[in-house]
Structures are given as C-alpha cells and as structure tokens.
Design a protein around this ligand. Structure first.
Ligand code: HEC
Length: 114
C-alpha cells in the first residue's frame, strides 16, 4: 500500500472517531451554543445572566424542573428579577424536541455546580 493511502486512512479514521465521541457527548452543549445561550451564560462568571454553575447549583440535579422551565411551564427558580430577558429565549427552547431539552438541561446541570 502506498504511504499516502495509509496516511489518509488513518486521518479519516481519527476524524470519524473524534466526531463520534463529540456527537455522543455534547448534544446539550452544541444546542447551548447554537441557540446562543452562551452569550449570556458563561461557564466561569456571571455576565448578562447567571453563570452555568450558579444555575446548576440552584437546580441541584432537578432535571425535570429545568426541562419544564425550558418549556415555559414553571416559574423561574432563581428569579433574579430579569425574567423578561429569558422569555424570548424560552420561545426557542419551547420549539426544540423534548429529548433536546433534556440534553440541554443535562448540560447545564453538569456544569460544575455540585
Ligand atoms: C440575553 C441574555 C440571555 C440569553 C441569550 C439567555 N439567557 Fe438564560 N437568563 C438570562 C437572565 C438575565 C436570567 C435571569 C432571569 C430571571 O431573573 O428570572 C436567565 C436565567 C436562566 C435560567 C435560570 C432560570 C430560573 O429558574 O431562575 C436558565 C435555566 C437559563 N437562563 C437558561 C438559558 C438557556 C437554555 C438559554 C438559551 C436558549 C438562555 N438561558 C439564553 C439571560 C439570558
């Protein structure tokens, strides 16, 4: 086998493996980015909205409750007096699938707030 064929096979394999790992692990994170939640919710500090660990701490593993919030079915738990800022964002999370909302909730809950 010519060396470059071997090289491209290896490169291709690594790429596929990497993509598989990424897809398995980061569904929630990917939506968090693509829905632009990350512009206001940072992993390390409060910005326009509470930081990810602050939210994780407040919700303390209550995935169901967080999923309901993302559906617009519950009152905000933290309630920082800025709920209208989130109202337009919740329009987006109401539109995604239940599975995608769970992934999003899992991502938020696993963000170092334990
Ligand atoms: C424009 C800035 C902004 C964006 C974008 C944004 N948020 Fe927020 N978020 C806030 C603010 C401000 C609060 C505090 C709201 C309050 O006082 O109730 C908040 C609160 C929250 C809370 C806590 C709610 C509670 O129970 O008190 C969650 C969970 C949350 N956001 C998730 C998201 C998700 C998921 C997205 C993306 C779809 C998102 N946010 C996008 C600003 C933002």
């Amino acid at each position: 086998m010519k060396p470059f064929v071997l090289m491209s096979l290896i490169a291709c394999g690594c790429l596929m493996w990497g993509t598989m790992l990424w897809a398995a692990d980061t569904g929630g994170e990917a939506s968090f980015q693509s829905l632009r939640c990350n512009t206001c919710h940072k992993p390390d500090r409060r910005s326009a909205g509470p930081s990810l660990p602050e939210i994780a701490k407040a919700y303390n593993g209550q995935q169901q409750r967080l999923v309901q919030y993302l559906k617009g079915e519950t009152e905000p738990l933290m309630d920082l007096g800025k709920r209208q800022v989130m109202e337009s964002k919740l329009e987006k999370t109401k539109e995604i699938s239940e599975a995608a909302r769970k992934d999003l909730a899992d991502y938020i809950l696993s963000s170092g707030g334990k």
